[in-house]
Design a protein around this ligand. Structure first.
Ligand code: PLP
Length: 392
């Protein structure tokens, strides 16, 4: 393949060179176990604390409030199960939304089987949760509200500040899955009244298999993984030292280059959307036109299957996604697209293109050019499209 264009940055991002360089020594030269007392061990321990500090500073937290995990899914599981089990004497009710990542939804479904009650809030046509419904759902049994910062499929950003206020007022813990937000939105956990926040390094040009949970000091939470005394007795297991070092560097870079990254992605996003809208008919932009992640484009092409579109794009060396990475491979349309009110047949024709630091305007133009060709070709094979054209 001559050209490879990667537009699936919401699924994962490549590790930046500077990040990889900082990680490399911790695989083979500086391999000490951070729990060992000799200097090879304490060197590892020190770099973990440096990285912890970088992560904490970025979100306005104290370093004592950052706990490294094996990624975003683990952080989500820990937040939900940890709060549920530690606070069940107070109540058994959890509030979340219908458009969360499966790391949250499947964890909540598991807890329902354990006797917890879960309210799944509706979202409007743009994917924004209903704050009135949130307020009305809180009871004296409610122990946790978990609402994602920004959606991984349609990019919609939630009213996190308002949710934080409501949670604080009602004395309910507030967790947010900020996996897609880190690097794209400036976050101050104290200002936003966030009690717990999940993040994952591979979504912001760091390595896979490393993430963190921010836990505000004073929050009552059980551990998810028991064993040794790592992470101040809250997350057992020998630390992923190269991963942690990489995550620290990646988050530092993400916020050093924040404005530049955002402006670039916004421009690319608007260019892509505008060109598609101008050149292809029966296409719909999913999510909000402005209140969305800078790199997120999610489109529905009528009379076309998202899967055939993806395969055709792949043959042209273009990587995109239909729905979320976890659901492609199944034929169920995305739970997010159904929640914003799209009928099955339209939700099936969805394409998510997520832009990143390594994409260019030329790539956007090339992708649009190929999209026009592919959509036209696939529609020629669609009996439904024929009918619509005749009626015109
Ligand atoms: C990717 C993602 C996760 C899962 O993170 P992993 O590190 O891949 O486990 C959770 N939530 C959201 C919103 C995501 O985009």
């Amino acid at each position: 393949m001559e050209k490879y264009i990667y537009m699936d940055n919401a699924a994962t991002t490549p590790v930046k060179k500077e990040v990889l360089e900082e990680m490399l020594p911790y695989f083979s030269e500086k391999y000490g176990n951070p729990s060992s007392i000799y200097s090879l061990g304490s060197a590892s321990k020190n770099v973990i604390e440096v990285a912890r500090d970088k992560v904490a500073k970025t979100i306005g937290a104290d370093k004592k409030e950052i706990f490294f995990t094996g990624g975003g899914s683990e952080a989500d599981n820990w937040a939900i199960k940890g709060i549920a089990f530690a606070n069940k004497s107070k109540g058994n009710h959890i509030i979340t939304s219908k458009i969360e990542h499966h790391g949250i939804l499947h964890t909540c479904e598991y807890l329902e089987k354990q006797g917890f009650e879960v309210t799944y809030l509706d979202v409007d046509e743009y994917g924004v949760v209903d704050l009135e419904q949130l307020k009305n759902s809180i009871t004296d049994k409610t122990i946790l509200i978990s609402i994602m910062f920004a959606n991984n499929e349609i990019g919609t950003i939630q009213p996190i500040e308002e949710i934080g206020k409501i949670a604080k007022e009602k004395k309910v813990y507030f967790h947010t899955d900020a996996v897609q937000a880190i690097g794209n939105i400036r976050i101050d956990v104290k200002k936003l009244n966030i009690d717990l926040l999940s993040m994952s390094a591979h979504k912001f040009y760091g390595p896979k298999g490393i993430g963190a949970l921010y836990i505000r000091q004073g929050v009552k939470i059980d551990p998810l993984i028991s064993g040794g005394g790592q992470e101040r007795n809250r997350r057992a297991g020998t630390e992923n030292v190269p991963g942690i070092v990489g995550m620290g560097k990646a988050i530092e870079l993400a916020y050093e280059n924040f404005e530049e990254h955002n402006i670039k992605l916004l421009n690319l996003r608007e260019r892509l959307i505008k060109k598609v809208m101008e050149n292809i008919d029966y296409v719909r932009l999913n999510g909000h036109s402005t209140n969305r992640l800078p790199g997120n484009v999610n489109l529905c092409f009528r009379f076309i299957e998202g899967e055939s579109l993806l395969l055709s794009l792949d043959m042209e060396g273009i990587a995109g996604s239909s729905g979320s990475a976890c659901t492609s491979g199944t034929l169920d349309p995305s739970h997010v697209l159904l929640s914003i009110g799209l009928p099955h047949e339209i939700a099936h024709g969805s394409l998510r293109l997520t832009l990143g630091d390594f994409n260019s305007e030329e790539e956007v133009d090339y992708v649009v050019e190929k999209l026009i060709e592919i959509v036209n070709r696939l529609r020629l094979m669609s009996p439904l499209y024929d009918k619509i054209k005749e009626e015109k």
